[in-house]
Design a protein around this ligand. Structure first.
Ligand code: ATP
Length: 270
């Protein structure tokens, strides 16, 4: 069970240079997470508790997971990821135990970054309906809070959580000593999009007619993940056309295709 819910990576291969358009957020994550991992003794000597959990929130595909991985890379830490949704949906009755296992695993792999994705799945506001599923979710969250509270002597373990549904969170997890550093990771603006296009085309054979500036302007509303998908899809268009050089028209066609696919998805949801 544990293997399917937790993903462990020794020093993941993501660096800060792979992340574009969210410099301020990156700085803040570095300040809060790197220091306690690299120099825990500083906090002892100064006599303050290191920041506990960092919560990243914002729309999907904006680089939250990347940020957590890059911190682990930079600090030579093991990256341990757990998805909140999998935890409660697939393994009813196991949630609290899995949370205990998660922290145990981190202690064995110090320094470690624990990344809890979709934390809203285990820490959402109490809903009206009191089904047994809710009670299970509640127990899982209580276990998480108690692990975090009992963490004075946590050594070199950092906890980063992420959510797309900030509004849904139970205020209990935002109390001091828990996830009390909140960092919003928004979709990139136009300059950010241009940087992200450059990052994802670094290894691509791009024709001279490609303007990243124009692409950034045209791909309005695209997230980092969308831009990554546009680049891959543009490459596919070139291959289908039997070319090895990727042109502006390929990028434009790719964006059209991805936009289309996303609006169809939205239609299905609503
Ligand atoms: P989710 O909320 O859906 O889990 P996320 O915010 O954690 O999303 P990531 O998993 O970090 O998003 O991003 C998915 C992929 O999109 C990355 O592997 C990367 O290729 C690309 N990407 C997203 N944001 C950025 C960014 N700011 N700079 C460069 N690439 C990005």
């Amino acid at each position: 069970v544990r293997a399917r819910v937790m993903q462990v990576e020794k020093k993941p291969e993501v660096s800060y240079a792979d992340i574009g358009g969210i410099d301020e957020q990156m700085e803040e994550v570095r300040e809060t997470v790197e220091m306690p991992l690299k120099s825990p003794e500083m906090f002892d000597q100064v006599g303050i508790d290191p920041p506990s959990g960092v919560l990243l929130y914002g729309p999907p595909g904006t680089g939250k997971t990347m940020l957590a991985k890059a911190v682990a890379n930079q600090t030579d830490a093991t990256f341990i990821k757990m998805a909140g949704s999998e935890l409660v949906h697939k393994f009813i009755g196991e949630g609290a135990k899995l949370v205990r296992d998660l922290f145990e695993l981190a202690r064995q792999h110090e320094p470690a970054v624990i990344f809890i994705d979709e934390i809203d799945a285990i820490a959402s506001k109490r809903t009206e309906s009191k089904t047994s599923g809710d009670a299970e979710v509640q127990r899982t969250m209580m276990q998480l809070l108690s692990e975090m509270d009992g963490f004075e002597d946590r050594g070199q373990i950092s906890i980063i959580a992420a959510t797309n549904r900030f509004d849904m969170l139970d205020p209990a997890i935002l109390r001091p000593g828990r996830f009390d550093r909140l960092i919003e990771v928004p979709k990139p603006d136009e300059d950010g999009r241009e940087i992200i296009f450059r990052i994802h085309t670094r290894n691509m054979n791009v024709s001279d007619d490609v303007s990243f500036e124009e692409l950034a302007e045209e791909a309005d509303e695209a997230s980092g993940a969308d831009i990554k998908a546009i680049c891959t899809e543009a490459g596919m268009f070139a291959i289908r056309d039997d070319r090895t050089e990727v042109r502006m028209e390929d990028f434009r066609a790719a964006w059209e295709k991805i936009k289309q696919a996303e609006s169809e998805e939205d239609d299905e949801v609503s």
